[in-house]
Design a protein around this ligand. Sequence first.
Ligand code: FAD
Length: 118
Amino acid sequence: KPPEDCPADVETLGRGTWTFLHTLSATYPSHATPNQQSDMRAFLMLFAKLYPCWNCAQDFQAWMQKGGNEPRVRGRGEFGTWMCEAHNEVNRKLGKKEFDCRRWEERWRTGWGDGRCD
Ligand code: FAD
């Protein structure tokens, strides 16, 4: 493992970025205004274009543009599930375990209810 004062590798960048993205959905309003929805769509489009791992960004953009994968941003519930599905797509590509998207809020918003996140 590289020391923390070295440039971020793809794994470190990825972990930090997923923390940011899932927290972004965890703090998204349960019913977003049209303005909030268009801001989020614009953010995701630029994010997918500018993510500083170029092959990751290319694949992510291509996935987002495929029919059925467009960001669902009307409110927290569907946005968090969409983000989980996006992450699962990368998990599949890397041969990692898929996450049960029915439980995304326990991981990223409410905690598991057994004190682990206190
Ligand atoms: P991560 O995948 O970083 O996950 C962090 C934590 O999130 C996990 O410990 C788990 O608790 C939770 N989690 C896991 N899956 C989900 C889910 N579906 N929903 C909610 N929570 C979940 N790496 C590459 O090598 N090639 C790529 O092409 C690539 N593309 C990427 C594209 C994007 C947009 C991002 C943000 C990252 C990408 N990465 C890529 C990095 C990769 O996804 C991982 O972040 C990295 O491999 C470190 O993995 P990890 O096992 O530590 O856990």
